[in-house]
Design a protein around this ligand. Sequence first.
Ligand SMILES: O=c1ccn([C@@H]2O[C@H](COP(=O)(O)OP(=O)(O)O)[C@@H](O)[C@H]2O)c(=O)[nH]1
Ligand SMILES: O=C(O)[C@@H](COP(=O)(O)O)O[C@H]1O[C@H](CO)[C@@H](O)[C@H](O)[C@H]1O
Length: 208
Amino acid sequence: MKVSVVVPAYNEEQRIEGVLYPIYNNPIIDEIIVVDDGSTDKTSQVVRKYSVKLITLPQNNGKASAVKKGLSLCKGEIIVLLDADLIGLTANHIVELVMPISFAEAEMTIGVFKGGRVITDMAQKIAPNLSGQRAFNRSLINDILNMDTSGYSMEVALTKLIREKNISTKKIILSNISHVTKEEKLGLIKGTHWRFLMYKDIVKYWLS
Ligand SMILES: O=c1ccn([C@@H]2O[C@H](COP(=O)(O)OP(=O)(O)O)[C@@H](O)[C@H]2O)c(=O)[nH]1
Ligand SMILES: O=C(O)[C@@H](COP(=O)(O)O)O[C@H]1O[C@H](CO)[C@@H](O)[C@H](O)[C@H]1O
């Protein structure tokens, strides 16, 4: 089965190679689409060093719309979503996310960090359903594209969709992987502000 990987990226020039390098040119992956969500840094320039498809959006519209743009263009029968700021990603993590889908054990897998860093392990233990690392069957793509979601409400919208449509899921432990937190990327004040905006998107979606 063909595998597409979609990576939304906003101002990830310093981190995105940590995601592309381990997986580009890998025979298990047929297509990698990076959606540069209106970055103001050199994200696109860095991505162009790799043989992947790059979509550059003219302005920053938030993670959900970047992911949807990638989904609307990808061709795989199995689709993998990855954040652009992962630390310690390996091709094996992709295999672990994809296998249960290809063996029809689940329609969607949700990757949960373990053994990476305490801070991100803890966050994912508390809220595994917020994970941006997933694989799913193409049969779900129209439902996902039709979700009324914006900003950081992508994962919470997926959780709602899973419940409503009774989609079978499987949690996959991803070992020795982490991501760069907002505070690490942006500093304490700006990072906390973005975190607040993220939770606002999530709560707003739940209340809608
Ligand atoms: O407006 C945005 C904000 C984030 N992202 C991307 O969405 C993913 C998750 O975002 P972030 O790292 O901010 O979330 P966190 O993992 O810190 O919650 C990353 O690949 C970001 O580059 C995006 O495409 N557009
Ligand atoms: O793990 C979490 O609590 C949040 C916040 O991560 P940071 O510590 O701000 O990097 O990250 C996740 O949630 C976002 C909203 O659902 C997703 O978009 C991210 O992909 C995911 O990493």
